[in-house]
Write a protein that binds this ligand. Structure first.
Ligand SMILES: [Zn+2]
Length: 285
């Protein structure tokens, strides 16, 4: 279905806004190793030497470095599989592609919708174990040699980790799969006074936050150029003007959007400290 591609020529920086995940239950996160949002996982450190399963290479480097650097994968595809009729919002996919193309050293970045699955229903509670299993079963889009893939599930229902006060909007299973709880996001946005454009910003923010964890932020594998990790909250940024701030895993992010906090922030909402970490790997010889 919707497939769009953005190439490096002619892009402009995009701006962004953001948001993300809610949760509030980092202490109660169950195993499997994944975690609500790779941000709080203790073992999310870079697995040096992890073989890269994509297209024909087993270069000895952490996977997040392959997302950031040009070689050995000049191209990047975000494979999206949707449950319950969800597909990426076109404007969100476009801004994500353009933003990542500006941040990463890639010839192209493409959000490609692959498979659609029946929904589980609005009341269904997804466990992390089930989501990881589904991600491994469905994230099998074949891509050409020289292309690295990041896999995204859009799901209906909600996370089994949800609490009365904390709704999970996104998860990242290091280092390949991400889950976006689109139904939950729609529900959260539908209950408040937030206008739909803000909900679109929230959708983008969830993507960006989770992609950020897969890129190794904050101190989630990537070495920090300068100190900016809020260690008390896992792999998150100390600044509330960065999309990687911990509170944006909670409903606080909606407040931030309502206040226009990310309305004019370029670079997908990553602050200078996060950008410095990415650039250090991106520009390293
Ligand atoms: Zn996080």
């Amino acid at each position: 279905m919707s497939t769009s591609r953005v190439r490096r020529a002619g892009l402009c920086p995009l701006l962004l806004a953001t948001l993300t995940l809610v949760s509030g239950c980092e202490e109660t996160v169950p195993s499997p190793d994944p975690v609500p949002d790779a941000g709080s996982t203790v073992d999310a450190g870079a697995p040096p030497g992890e073989p890269v399963p994509d297209a024909g290479s087993t270069v000895n480097a952490p996977r997040f470095e392959h997302y950031i650097r040009r070689q050995p994968y000049p191209r990047m595809v975000l494979e999206v599989d949707g449950w319950g009729g969800y597909t990426p919002t076109a404007s969100v996919a476009d801004r994500l592609q353009r933003g990542l193309l500006g941040l990463l050293d890639k010839e192209s970045v493409e959000v490609r919708f692959d498979q659609a699955f029946p929904g589980k229903g609005a009341d269904y509670a997804w466990s992390n174990e089930e989501l990881l299993r589904l991600a491994e079963e469905t994230g099998r889009l074949e891509v050409p040699v020289g292309t690295i893939k990041l896999h995204v599930l859009l799901v209906d229902g909600h996370s089994a980790m949800d609490t009365q006060d904390g709704k999970v909007l996104g998860l990242a299973f290091p280092w390949t799969h991400m889950v976006l709880f689109r139904k939950t996001l729609d529900t959260v946005c539908g209950k408040g006074p937030l206008p739909s454009p803000t909900c679109t910003e929230a959708e983008l923010g969830v993507w960006v936050h989770e992609v950020g964890h897969q890129l190794g932020l904050v101190a989630n594998g990537l070495t920090m150029v300068g100190p900016h990790q809020d260690a008390a909250h896992g792999a998150h940024d100390t600044s509330d003007r960065c999309i990687m701030y911990w509170a944006y895993e909670g409903s606080g992010i909606l407040d931030a959007l309502g206040r226009g906090l990310f309305g004019d922030v370029p670079n997908l909402g990553f602050d200078d400290a996060c950008l410095a970490d990415l650039n250090a790997v991106k520009t390293r010889p």
